[in-house]
Design a protein around this ligand. Sequence first.
Ligand code: GDP
Length: 189
Amino acid sequence: TRTLSVASSQGSSVCSPYATPSYFRLVILGSSGVGKTSLLRQFMTSEYMGVIENSGESVWERTVSVLLDGEESTMEFTDAFEEEESLENMNFDGYVVVFSLTDRSSYNNAISTVHKLRNELFIDRAIILVANKSDLVRKREVTADEARAIAMQYDCKYIETSAALNHQVDDLLVGSLSQIRLKLNIHIT
Ligand code: GDP
């Protein structure tokens, strides 16, 4: 595992004793139709980004550059895992688990994914539970309270987004990055 602390050089004359990790790999998980592709698309148009890059290698691999606390980081998103079994072979810095607020079964699926990551695979990296389609207020099937409570139980960050309205999508991007830094013990001073 990669645990780096770059908190302080303790007055040493060395300028930069450690390189701050700045390239992070994330995976987007969730049932079909919850809005994973739409969220990825919105990330790419985020005004928060310093630079926009496309890896060009694969449609499913995208990179975004985010400036947070004066430190630029690159986040590479993968959305390639339809199959549950692939979870075992994953090794990412961050896991974005998406469900739709209008689809209870997608919520159940997201929770079982989170459960598997934390309690079966013992992943201690950042997990962000994303409740998408917050714009469809009247079709809501999952309350914020219950989802937030479950997220807390599994030590996940919880965020509600609307990819359609581009609401809270930047917060998801930035929140994911700060959660990743937190879990990797990276301190930006
Ligand atoms: P994926 O299968 O998880 O990649 O889901 P998509 O991104 O393809 O989205 C599935 C459908 O939900 C599409 O018709 C999207 O336009 C729609 N959709 C995605 N996000 C939202 C949202 O936040 N609000 C609404 N109302 N529709 C959304």
